[in-house]
Design a protein around this ligand. Sequence first.
Ligand SMILES: [Zn+2]
Length: 320
Amino acid sequence: MIMNVFYKKIPKVMIPFLKSGHRAMIIAFVLIVLALIAGAWYTGNQFSAISDDVGDLSQRLTVLEIILASTTADLKENITRTRDSLSDALNQEKQNSATIAQRLGNYQQQVSTVSGTVETLQKLSKTDPQLLQKYSKVFFLNEYYAPARLVEIPTDYSYSDSKTLKLQTDIWLHLKQMLDDAKDAGITMYVFSAYRSFNEQSTLKKDYEIIYGAGSANSFSADQGYSEHQLGTTVDLITTGLGGILDGFDKTKAYTWLLSNAYQYGFVISYPKDNAFYVFEPWHWRFVGVKLATDLHNQNKIFYDLDQRKIDEYLVNFFE
Ligand SMILES: [Zn+2]
């Protein structure tokens, strides 16, 4: 019945085929067509699903891109912030280091100032203030004063063969250098008188008084030069050609040489010609330290012209 209906709808040209028994072929053909339609439908569905998936993926990708862009921006911001704060910290650290270095510098300077002061005080504590004291007829060393360290002057440098002459140890080294250099310059000098104790000085003065009378003795001997010899820093110098007496020393080459050079060894003439303090004693040289002697020489001044407070500033450099 069905087949009959089917036949009726088929064009007449097809009937011979049907009639010739190709039904199986037709059925197969129909089945293939159906299979193709089903396949197409299925593929279409699949394609549509894939397409949906791709769309979905594309959307997700867009979202991911947005998230990535946002995360990257955050990250960049974080990095910038971190870098800035590190830079700030570094700058702060640098500033701290600079402050610490400055403080250290200040401390070092303070320590150096303090140690300089300590050194100065040590020097001063070891330097007898009497060594740069001005003496006069009313102010002189007391009879108990004696220099700290005395050394005997070798006989080669002493004018007397019998008398032992002494001087403060450090000052003798300066004097020896001066006498050696003078000798190299063709000038021979000897130490005529050096350290004299209070008693020796008293005896000497009494001798002068006995010979010349008290008034006369005071005018050229003891009182003022007295204390300087008791210090152990002062010498009377003599040179050849004077017959063993000090008078006339100011006419010698030795005196001229001393006026030009003695300051370099720390010696000054205490009572130069025409001074206001005491009679002229060209042979009488006192050690006051190289610095003070040099300043006096350069300023054309004499020791007794200076104020005692000014002189005391040189105590710290006395033995240099
Ligand atoms: Zn003298």
